[in-house]
Design a protein around this ligand. Structure first.
Ligand code: SAM
Length: 337
């Protein structure tokens, strides 16, 4: 099967699906399921009982796709785009019951670079097995070192398990990156403690500007804490040096005088749409070309027709913003962070 894919990719020259900014789909993010054991304040609104964040999605009582269904879609897209990597996310991907069979299927398609984004609550038990299965890189969401603040943001009483998960991932040999969404008045006090924690472990940390997604789409931005403000906080303690941004990176990086490296994902202040190479797939089999566009396409019925599938993928590519993220009614919980 791998040879078949390679030969059709070579036949197509892999340049068919490209927009006028030279953007292609090279990375696929899959939200394996909508469900999560955390209800982080940026993902889930307070009136979650009314499923407002799910307003334009099917409710999560829906079954996510099976590993076989995901694999058929991935295989079809890979045939036409030559995907370089896949990130498994959610919802909480470690709650997806068939995670290991899915990883195995993706490997067999010939995509070896498989990454994970997780809250790490269940990572301690799974880190070594994931590493052996081929998941060498993991992004872990950790919004505070202070337990009370972390519990409040995640609306979960026991976030201390996250740190055991992080340590297990490092021990297993994974390339670990930490992600912290900075929210004014909630965890801006945690920037330095998080930076110091990451440096102590020898891993990178990225701070994220709050994005207007899901229930935050129409909100006023009083919770927004900018890249400039984050840098000012860090510079009160450390001197910093910018690092050259790599192609299609979501984050800008700096080295800090504590010896560590940190990044800032600044959708608002330093947009990075111009070389975005990401395609997204949700747990219901809907593909999205842009995080800032809630229009998705079910591609399952085109998966055996290369011409139609190419057209559909081109259509999704056209949805990408030229410059800047403008927000979306979709929650990251559905579309995958
Ligand atoms: N459950 C996994 C986790 O916690 O990493 C994966 C899914 S979660 C949606 C992935 C990440 O998306 C969050 O931790 C956060 O970094 C990011 N995210 C979600 N909503 C966001 C928002 N409104 N603004 C910025 N980042 C957001």
């Amino acid at each position: 099967m791998t040879e078949q894919i390679i030969s059709s990719v070579v036949k197509l020259g892999m340049i068919k699906i490209e927009d006028n900014l030279g953007r292609r789909f090279e990375k696929l993010r899959i939200s394996l399921l909508n469900d999560c054991n955390f209800s982080c304040v940026y993902c889930v609104s307070e009136d979650f009982g009314n499923i407002s964040v799910m307003s334009i999605q099917k409710p999560s009582a829906d079954q996510p796709l099976t590993p076989e269904e995901f694999t058929r879609l991935i295989e079809a897209v890979h045939r036409l785009t030559g995907l370089k990597s896949i990130r498994l996310t959610g919802g909480e991907p470690l709650l997806y019951g068939n995670l290991f069979p899915l990883i195995d299927h993706i490997q067999k398609i010939g995509i070896k670079d498989i990454r994970l984004t997780t809250n790490a609550y269940y990572l301690k038990e799974k880190a070594s097995r994931l590493f052996e299965a081929g998941v060498k890189s993991v992004n872990i969401s950790v919004d505070a070192i202070d337990q009370e603040i972390f519990n409040q943001i995640s609306r979960h009483p026991n976030t201390s398990r996250v740190f055991r998960g992080i340590e297990a991932a490092v021990k297993a040999g994974m390339d670990v990156k930490l992600n912290a969404v900075i929210i004014r008045g909630k965890n801006d006090s945690q920037i330095i403690p998080l930076l110091d924690y990451a440096n102590g472990l020898g891993v990178k940390i990225r701070f994220l500007e709050l994005m207007k997604m899901g229930h935050l789409y129409h909100s006023e931005n009083e919770l927004f804490f900018s890249e400039k403000e984050m840098l000012a906080v860090i510079q009160e303690k450390y001197t910093i040096e910018p690092i050259q941004r790599e192609h299609a990176e979501t984050s800008n990086y700096w080295s800090a005088s504590n010896g560590g490296t940190f990044g800032i994902i600044a959708n608002e202040s330093t947009p990075f749409c111009h070389d975005c190479n990401r395609l997204r797939l949700d747990s219901n089999g809907i593909f999205y070309g842009c995080l800032s566009n809630a229009h998705g396409e079910k591609l399952s019925k085109y998966k055996d027709d290369d011409d139609l599938l190419t057209e559909k993928l081109r259509g999704l590519l056209r949805l990408k913003q030229p410059v800047k993220f403008h927000g979306s009614e979709l929650s990251m919980r559905n579309i995958g962070g």
